[in-house]
Every structure is written in C-alpha cells, then in structure tokens.
Ligand binder design. Structure first.
Ligand SMILES: Nc1ncnc2c1ncn2[C@@H]1O[C@H](COP(=O)(O)OP(=O)(O)OP(=O)(O)O)[C@@H](O)[C@H]1O
Length: 304
C-alpha cells in the first residue's frame, strides 16, 4: 500500500507537486497520467525516497497478499524513466551488478534471474551485451533488475515509452502476472490504452491530482457525448471552431467529435458541410467515451 499525505515539492519557483494525497491500495495496478511536466516523476521519486519532500509525508507497507511467495522481499522496487543499464555488460552481468548493490547472495541472484528472465522472455539473450538489445528488450532487462530484490511494491516511470506495441503488450502481460502474484504496482504512462488496464488511474496536472478513480468510473463521469462523424474531406480542422463542438480530432477517414448537445452539434456540422461545398449527408454515430477522451477533457478543460 502506498499513501501520501499533502505531499509537496518545489524547485525554486516551480511547484512540481502540490498537496498530493493519494492512496494506492495493496494489490492495485495504479496508473499515473498527465501532461509533460505535470509532476508525475517528482511524485514517484518522493514515494521511492529519492527526493525529500518539502511538505507532507509518504507511508509504505508491503502487501499482505502473496507474501508467502516473496518472503525475503524488500518493500519497494523502482524503474526510473532512464534506467541505468550498463551497455558493455551482458544481460546476466547487469542483473548480477544490481543484485550485488542490494547485497543479495550470488546464488540467490542466479536463482531469481533464471525465473525472471524466463518470465520476461530474455533467457535466450542472457549472454548478450545490453547495448545489443532492442529498445523493448532493454526495458524488460531494466524491469528484471528492478525485480531482483523481490519487492512487494513496484514503481515504474513510463516503462513502455517509445517501445513498439507488441512489446508494450508483452510488458503489460508481465505486469499483470506480477500483480496476480501479489505485487502492488504504480505505473506512469503516456498511453491511454495502458491507463485502461489499470485498476485505478490518477490524473495529474500542474502538480495536483485532479481526478483519481477506476477507468470505468472516470469514463462514466465524462460530462460530454462523443460522436464518430464520417465526411469525405481532407480538412482536419473542418469542425474545430464550431461553438457547439467541444473538441474534434481527425483520423483520416473519420472525425471523433466531443459535444454537449448532440442535435445542436449535428445541425452545426451539417451547416458547416453545406457552407464548405461538401455534398452528401453527415454520417454520424454516438460512441462510448474512452480514457483518451477523459484525458483530453481533463487536460484542456479541467471539467471532470
Ligand atoms: N531537479 C529539478 N530541478 C528543477 N525543476 C525540476 C526538477 N525536476 C522537475 N522539475 C520541474 O518540475 C515540474 C514537474 O516535473 P516532472 O518531471 O515531475 O513532471 P512529469 O509529469 O514527470 O513530466 P515528464 O512526463 O515530462 O517527465 C516540471 O516543471 C519540471 O521542469
């Protein structure tokens, strides 16, 4: 379990984290999302004890579930945005190095490494130099190193950033497995499809947590309606300036339009089409909001 109470940190005039009180229950996969500079890394680093807060405090307890599997576990494992792997060491040498930093016995490291490498699919690459791994494999090695202490709580800062979708899926499969074995996970991500996979998601903006709930609850409290609109046009900004449209995004063959009042928005879009010389009718259907919609609304309008 992770709990923060009125946690705050400033860097000179910049308030990076502002009065943040969150509760990550034992057994959760807790997602942290928000725009660049929102304070996610600073919050995670304070939770991990790497930055001293100016205000407030952090409480950590290892989860009770799964303790049998992790008897000698340390409380917390941290995988920073840029994990310091040694490129001129092999996969196994990197693991040995990180294990040794925590004074874990060689034989124990070997035993755990075999299990972890098997889980992450890195076993065949055990003797490959870290520099010669793909981006996704490097992230998996970083995860393996963070897990060698068998932590009960795992904090990951954008672990899949820039990694291809196949690897991202694979990485999340591993996180789910660890979670099922009893590990509590806190993970920041720029990808909204990953936020959907969390049991709870906190949205940070300008140092504050402005919303925190399950993805289902965040989506159900979305105050707008979402339309998928098909128009034969190459003008991505066709509907952007309409007052009846809250947000419109163009995806090549369709628009995703966020509106307050569906009939009023339909009429305004039809009028815009006619005024733009676009023939044919507006093909429009209502769809459910996604975490992406919630994210955009929170980032731009701060309404939820
Ligand atoms: N060591 C530091 N010195 C000065 N300012 C800092 C420092 N670390 C962070 N900041 C500032 O604090 C704010 C929050 O930064 P932080 O890295 O925590 O945000 P973030 O949400 O993790 O963003 P990103 O996803 O871009 O890493 C930003 O304005 C950043 O420039």
């Amino acid at each position: 379990m992770i709990k923060t109470e009125n946690l705050g940190k400033s860097f000179g005039p910049v308030v990076a984290v502002d009065e943040v009180s969150i509760h990550v229950p034992g057994g959760a996969i807790y997602g942290l999302v928000g725009p660049d500079g929102a304070g996610k890394t600073t919050l995670m680093r304070m939770i991990c004890g790497l930055i001293v807060p100016d205000r407030g405090r952090v409480l950590l307890t290892a989860p009770t579930a799964g303790l049998e599997q992790r008897p000698a576990g340390s409380v917390l494992g941290y995988m920073p945005q840029r994990f310091g792997l040694y490129g001129d060491l092999t996969v196994m040498e990197n693991i040995n190095f990180f294990g040794a930093l925590y004074k874990i016995k060689r034989s124990t490291i070997k035993e755990r490494a075999d299990e972890l490498l098997d889980m992450t699919g890195l076993l065949p690459f055990k003797n490959r130099l870290a520099d010669n791994l793909s981006g996704g494999m490097k992230q998996k090695l970083a995860l393996t190193c963070a897990l060698v202490t068998r932590p009960g709580l795992l904090v990951l800062d954008e672990p899949t950033y820039g990694v291809d979708p196949g690897f991202r899926k694979d990485f999340w499969r591993i996180l789910y497995r660890l979670n099922k074995e009893g590990m509590t996970i806190m993970v920041s991500t720029p990808y909204m499809d990953e936020a959907e996979l969390c049991s709870k998601v906190a949205f940070m903006d300008k140092g504050r947590v402005v919303a925190a709930d399950s993805p289902a609850k965040l989506k159900s409290s979305f105050p707008y309606r979402v339309l998928e609109v098909r128009v034969d046009t190459r003008r991505p900004g066709l509907f952007n300036d309409l007052p009846q449209v809250v947000d419109a995004a163009f995806y090549g063959d369709k628009f995703r339009v966020v509106v307050e009042d569906v009939p009023a928005a339909r009429q305004a879009m039809e009028q815009r089409m006619a005024a733009s010389g676009l023939a044919g009718e507006l093909r429009c259907s209502e769809v459910s909001p996604t975490m992406e919609d919630v994210f955009i609304a929170l980032a731009e309008k701060e309404v939820v």
